[in-house]
Design a binder for this molecule. Structure first.
Ligand SMILES: NC(=O)c1ccc[n+]([C@@H]2O[C@H](COP(=O)([O-])OP(=O)(O)OC[C@H]3O[C@@H](n4cnc5c(N)ncnc54)[C@H](O)[C@@H]3O)[C@@H](O)[C@H]2O)c1
Length: 236
């Protein structure tokens, strides 16, 4: 497994350690490669690192994504925020696919079974959010559309592609965005299960999409959101 991210050395070491921790089965070694998903050479190098280190590439999990603090409505959102969001959240996914797919084809040509691409979108790709974040929402809608098309292109060529759409998960991204209790409560009333999700609950969905358990599933969007998109809720 290769973890590719822009984080500093200490965070990278902690991530590798966490994945290698007792009880976590990754089926082999774990390594970290510094990679900026907006930089094509960097993405290309990360894929090359995976192929050189492990000789095959079966799964691409396009996870990198940002929600920038001043992302707002169409009038107020700075263009720089829109462009940076699209760069990371959409171009990053494209570049990941652009370089991973030939490596996957090479893997399959040498008898390596089928492959799976998982692009992380969001529940906001399926529904509007009353609290505006137009750049982020547009970027995740683009991920859904791009993933569907990739799925159709490669459906008969051994590569499946699905989107994974989390609801609000208490990761650093959300903790920073929902920094006060009023903001948190405003979201919680819309979650039928009454709580934010845990990262592991998304990881379990990713495992399903990565594995042959989902072998006849492609072009889909797996929503894991505590029931948000199924509900018409009103504050009590
Ligand atoms: N947390 C949520 O509530 C939530 C909900 C729906 C979707 N998502 C999506 O899930 C994914 C993971 O989000 P998270 O909540 O874990 O956020 P996070 O901020 O905790 O993690 C995002 C990761 O992306 C990395 N990253 C940012 N820019 C990068 C770049 N240019 N190149 C390489 N790596 C880069 C960061 O270093 C970080 O490790 C994102 O795509 C996000 O949009 C999150």
């Amino acid at each position: 497994m290769v973890i590719a991210d822009i984080v500093d050395d200490a965070t990278a070491d902690a991530a590798v350690e966490m994945v290698c921790a007792d009880g976590v089965e990754v089926g082999g070694e774990v390594s970290f490669v510094r990679c900026d998903v907006t930089d094509e050479a960097s993405v290309q190098a990360a894929v090359a690192h995976a192929m050189e280190s492990y000789g095959a590439l079966h799964v691409l999990y396009n996870n990198a994504g940002v929600m920038i603090g001043d992302d707002d409505d169409p009038v107020a959102t700075p263009l720089a925020t829109y462009e940076r969001t699209m760069d990371i959240n959409v171009k990053g996914v494209l570049l990941g696919c652009r370089h991973a797919i030939p490596a996957m084809e090479q893997t399959m040509a040498s008898g390596g079974g089928t492959c799976s691409i998982i692009n992380v979108a969001s529940f906001v790709a399926h529904m509007g959010a009353a609290t505006p974040q137009v750049a982020y929402t547009a970027s995740k809608g683009a991920v859904l559309a791009m993933t569907r098309e990739i799925a159709v292109i490669y459906a008969r060529r051994g590569i499946r592609a699905n989107s994974l759409c989390p609801g609000p998960i208490m990761t650093p991204l959300l903790a920073k965005f929902l920094s006060d209790d009023a903001k948190r409560q405003r979201r919680l009333v819309h979650i039928p299960m009454g709580r934010f999700g845990e990262a592991v609950e998304i990881a379990n969905g990713a495992l399903f999409l990565a594995s042959d358990e989902s072998s006849w599933m492609t072009g889909q969007s797996l929503i894991i959101d505590g029931g948000i998109t199924a509900a018409y809720t009103t504050p009590e």
